[in-house]
Unconditional design. Structure first.
Length: 159
């Protein structure tokens, strides 16, 4: 199921991801790929937080404005932190997959757990109204497809 979803998303987003990947693998870029991945996620998450947060005013109570305001912004930063952590784990899993003798036998489960938790978190975030977290959730679901395409393009360029 995980590889089917990743391959389907890679096929769908391929026309966007392939040129982007080629640029990131070129000499034109100034920073490592993970800088750009992080910047993209941060822009999306913070934009969604800004667009969906209620405007805090002094006259309204904590529960009406401030609590949803804080939930939106804290969820945006929490998801960004989770994204940074997950990127490292995902790349470690890629390294295990590419290794002739993987040192961690359960690395194959990483993608399954990734997808399963993201589907569950999607419904939690939807029910709680944490819209930046939903945006992050979508980024997390699409990220494996991006990595699949980026690795394919890197192999083409380096071979």
């Amino acid at each position: 199921m995980t590889s089917f979803l990743t391959s389907s998303l890679a096929h769908f987003f391929g026309p966007i991801f392939r040129p982007l990947s080629r640029w990131l693998l070129s000499e034109k870029r100034k920073h490592p790929t993970w800088y750009y991945e992080t910047a993209f996620a941060a822009i999306i998450l913070l934009s969604v937080a800004a667009l969906t947060s209620p405007y805090p005013t002094a006259g309204l109570g904590w529960a009406y404005i401030w609590k949803p305001f804080l939930i939106n912004w804290l969820s945006a930063f929490a998801v960004l932190g989770s994204f940074l952590h997950a990127k490292v784990g995902y790349r470690m899993s890629e390294a295990m997959q590419a290794s002739k003798a993987p040192t961690v036998s359960c690395y194959e489960w990483s993608g399954r757990y990734w997808l399963g938790k993201e589907i569950l978190w999607f419904f939690v975030f939807l029910l709680s109204g944490a819209y930046p977290a939903i945006a992050g959730n979508i980024i997390f679901i699409i990220y494996p497809a991006w990595r699949q395409i980026h690795i394919e393009e890197r192999k083409k360029i380096r071979s």
